[in-house]
Design a protein around this ligand. Structure first.
Ligand code: NAD
Length: 340
């Protein structure tokens, strides 16, 4: 099959590309190497995803990406250095390829930066996503997996979070863009018969995790004997989901879309193992064999208190079966971190 992955050089995207290529599919990756975090990380992700693990000499962003494009080009893989906000640019790609299904992961992903730069989040996460649906309409592509987020649940008190719950109270611009994507996605499904699954990912971690996310940040700072910013009293909690489980959930969603028609579903992908910040830090310290130096800070605006996925729907509809417990997941992450 020919899959278009957006954001295929990011954390989740690079793992998905790797898995799809391993299964013998063709992949087109659209990524603009956004400056949300260092582009060199995304170059390394890309090289790992296409199984080219050699030392890359970095010079400057533009020439490095051009070098990456020529290095990575193969019969089964094409990388486009392309912004999803640029519809004309996207159109050229859609003209060049026969695309069977799109997995849309490109987004501005941080919660806290979305409070600083809400308009940019709106442009990428809403307009960029609509550009893809407009092109699906024009090029008759009717299978679409879209990354949503557990953040749409805001500070809902009913735990665990179920897809049937009301999600009208997001507490960050990021969360609101994801909710908007779910609503607009339904419009495109209804009007243009695009079969779609919106996946609400719950805090994803594992090798290649984004450097801004807490597990990665804490591990880096503890290793470097630096202070870690510790927000709140440590009781905020997250449903952590290991990357392999997420990739499995995405693959099962693809399979579901390929075997069914007239689909619009919103599905939670979580691990259903809720860990609070104190426990998370303790597990990292224990795995690294080093103690953290905490800098206690107040809770940040936009941060939710707790996430916890009800994954009954994912289990019954697509056969999702997360099986990495937090300790093992952290062990795998730390092994990856230390080998860098
Ligand atoms: N990681 C998580 O815990 C988590 C949780 C919930 C939802 N999500 C969602 O999953 C998706 C992937 O997240 P991730 O953690 O891999 O993030 P990431 O930042 O590592 O990956 C996103 C990729 O999208 C690319 N991108 C950003 N803006 C773009 C643009 N305008 N045009 C083209 N490409 C662009 C980036 O360069 C990056 O490579 C995102 O949609 C995110 O909102 C992630």
């Amino acid at each position: 099959m020919n899959y278009l992955v957006t954001g295929g050089s990011g954390f989740i995207g690079s793992h998905l590309v790797e898995q799809l290529l391993k299964k013998g599919h063709s992949v087109i990756n659209i990524d603009n190497f956004d400056s949300f975090y260092d582009y060199t990380v995304k170059i390394k992700n890309t090289l790992e995803s296409i199984d080219k693990n050699f030392v890359f000499e970095f010079t400057d962003k533009e020439s490095d990406i051009q070098k990456l494009i020529s290095l990575s080009e193969s019969q089964n893989y094409t990388l486009y250095y392309q912004d999803i906000r640029d519809k004309k640019g996207l159109e050229k790609i859609f003209k060049n390829h026969k695309i069977d299904l799109i997995i849309h992961l490109a987004a501005l992903a941080g919660v806290r930066p979305s409070i600083e730069r809400p308009l940019e989040y709106e442009e990428v996460n809403i307009r960029g996503t609509m550009n893809l649906w407009e092109l699906c309409k024009d090029f008759n592509i009717n299978k679409f997996v879209c990354a949503s987020s557990s953040s749409v649940y805001g500070n809902n008190e009913k735990i665990p979070f179920s897809e049937a719950d009301n999600v009208d109270n997001p507490i960050s611009p990021y969360a609101a863009t994801k909710k908007c994507g779910e609503i607009l996605g339904h419009v495109y499904h209804d009007l243009y018969k695009i079969d779609m699954i919106q996946l609400r990912f719950f805090t994803v971690y594992g090798p290649r995790q984004r450097p801004d996310l807490a597990i990665h940040k804490f591990t880096r700072l503890i290793s470097d004997h630096q202070e870690i910013p510790f927000y709140g009293d440590g009781t905020t909690a997250r449903d952590y989901t290991f990357i392999d489980d997420i990739i499995d959930g995405i693959e099962k969603s693809i399979h579901y879309l390929e075997s069914n028609s007239n689909v619009y579903e919103i599905i939670n992908l979580g691990e259903s193992e809720v860990i609070n910040l104190n426990e998370m830090l303790f597990t990292i310290e224990k795995t690294l064999g080093k103690s953290a130096i905490r800098k206690n800070l107040p809770m940040q605006p936009g941060d939710v208190l707790k996430t916890n996925a009800d994954i009954t729907k994912a289990r019954t509809l697509i056969g999702y079966k997360p099986d990495t417990n937090f300790q093992n997941g952290i062990k795998k992450f730390v092994e990856w971190f230390l080998r860098k």
